[in-house]
Design a binder for this molecule. Structure first.
Ligand SMILES: NC(=O)c1ccc[n+]([C@@H]2O[C@H](COP(=O)([O-])OP(=O)(O)OC[C@H]3O[C@@H](n4cnc5c(N)ncnc54)[C@H](O)[C@@H]3O)[C@@H](O)[C@H]2O)c1
Ligand SMILES: O=C(O)C(=O)C[C@]1(C(=O)O)C=C[C@@H](O)C=C1
Length: 361
């Protein structure tokens, strides 16, 4: 694989959890030397065993780049410590909030010439090194938050990191970043938690009716509460204003529900318009895929045979998800494809003996 220019090596990742290990895997895959550190030594060892780098310490004077991937409230401490321990290294962090850690470092009078914060807009509700994914950042947005004291070579090194992880670089000032993520990441998480929390007192026979809709709305609520408390707490001022605005909109929504179809349709239209304004996951225009669901029998190599048949069809599959039916010994593979491709792929897979259904969700 081609090596991206100018990531200063070796790289140290401090915090070998989900994001840190994924950075380690992506950089190792791209040919860079990575050393892993974690307050919990087994995390660094597990990450190393998954291909994220080595768990041995680096020579501090030789280190070119440090990527800090610890929980948000620890960012300022760990960044300050890294700037001291690695005297020649550029230091970045991947924290979900950018203004508060920077302000804290400035307040302490730390020389920030070698520090530039950043934030990959890719993640998961899973935590720890076992969730490491070398492709986590592929074509995803990664924000680099320059600040007035940052040296140009430090900015260039962090931008090279983004490139090496094959992400899409976006430059943004830390305050604007925090305002943007409050609306596109933090508020959605809180609303997801609110909806999911409302399910806890439902009787099992009502929960048995749960379809894909509630699963889509609540997936992110499965994230680590200790991590999300820190993300939300570090951006609380902005999020508080967002919540007040949500509260007013909820009140108007209630009035619309009570007042009849016209007003409610306007709300639902606006919601649909919002979904269309979200760019595709990989930065392209929003696309509505058509979905096919294929039943996978509980038989040796069934999945392997299915992938071979999909490959033989020669058609582009945009996304896949696999689910298991706990009551029958089968799984379901959902294939997202362009609408015009769906009937052809359905016919080819049916001809190959698969049970195929179109899906509307
Ligand atoms: N979860 C996401 O989807 C996501 C996405 C982008 C960015 N982030 C940000 O990335 C950072 C890490 O999040 P994560 O999801 O990887 O969490 P995680 O819990 O999977 O990993 C955090 C790791 O940091 C380690 N750690 C804690 N204190 C430490 C210290 N003082 N020194 C060294 N290691 C220490 C923990 O042991 C753990 O292995 C957070 O700042 C988060 O805001 C998270
Ligand atoms: O995919 C998820 O599970 C996420 O929540 C990832 C997500 C987000 O997109 O909001 C969450 C927090 C991070 O700071 C960046 C990315």
């Amino acid at each position: 694989m081609a090596r991206a220019a100018a990531v200063p090596q070796p790289v140290v990742v401090v915090g070998a959890g989900m994001v840190g290990s994924s950075v380690g895997c992506a950089l190792t895959e791209a040919g860079f030397r990575v050393h892993l550190e974690d307050a919990v030594p087994t995390h660094a060892q597990v990450a190393a065993s998954l291909g994220a780098g080595v768990a041995e310490p680096a020579d501090p004077d030789a280190v070119g780049l440090v990527v800090v991937a610890v929980p948000p409230r620890l960012l300022a401490d760990v960044v300050a410590d890294a700037l001291q321990r690695f005297p020649r290294a550029v230091v970045t962090d991947v924290g979900s909030v950018k203004s508060r850690p920077l302000a804290e470092l400035e307040r302490r009078g730390v020389d920030l010439g070698r520090y530039v914060g950043s934030h990959p807009m890719a993640g998961s509700h899973r935590a720890g090194p076992v969730a490491a994914d070398p492709f986590l950042f592929l074509d995803r947005t990664w924000v680099v938050c320059e600040h007035p004291s940052a040296r140009p070579e430090a900015v260039a090194a962090v931008e090279a990191l983004v490139q090496a992880c094959r992400a899409r670089l976006v430059r943004m000032d830390p305050v604007e970043h925090d305002a943007a993520v409050a609306r596109v990441s933090h508020l959605p998480h809180l609303v997801s938690s609110l909806v999911a929390g409302g399910l806890t007192d439902l009787p099992p026979e009502h929960l048995a009716l749960a379809g894909q809709g509630v699963r889509d709305v609540t997936r992110i609520a499965g994230g680590d509460p200790r991590l999300w408390e820190q993300i939300v707490g570090m951006n609380a001022d902005v999020i508080s204003v967002e919540l007040q605005s949500l509260q007013r909109r909820l009140e108007r929504l209630r009035e619309a529900v009570e007042s009849g179809p016209e007003a409610l349709v306007a709300w639902l239209e606006q919601g649909r318009e919002g979904t269309r304004r979200i760019p595709g996951k990989h930065g392209g225009a929003h696309t509505e895929w058509s979905r096919l669901v294929v039943e996978i029998p509980d038989a040796p190599n069934a999945l392997g045979r299915l992938f071979t048949d999909i490959g033989d069809a020669g058609l582009n599959v945009e996304d896949i998800t696999i689910e298991h039916d706990p009551t029958r010994r089968v799984g379901y593979l959902s294939l997202d494809v362009e609408a015009e491709v769906q009937p052809t792929l359905a016919a080819l897979l049916s001809d190959a003996g698969w049970s195929v259904e179109p899906a509307t969700d």
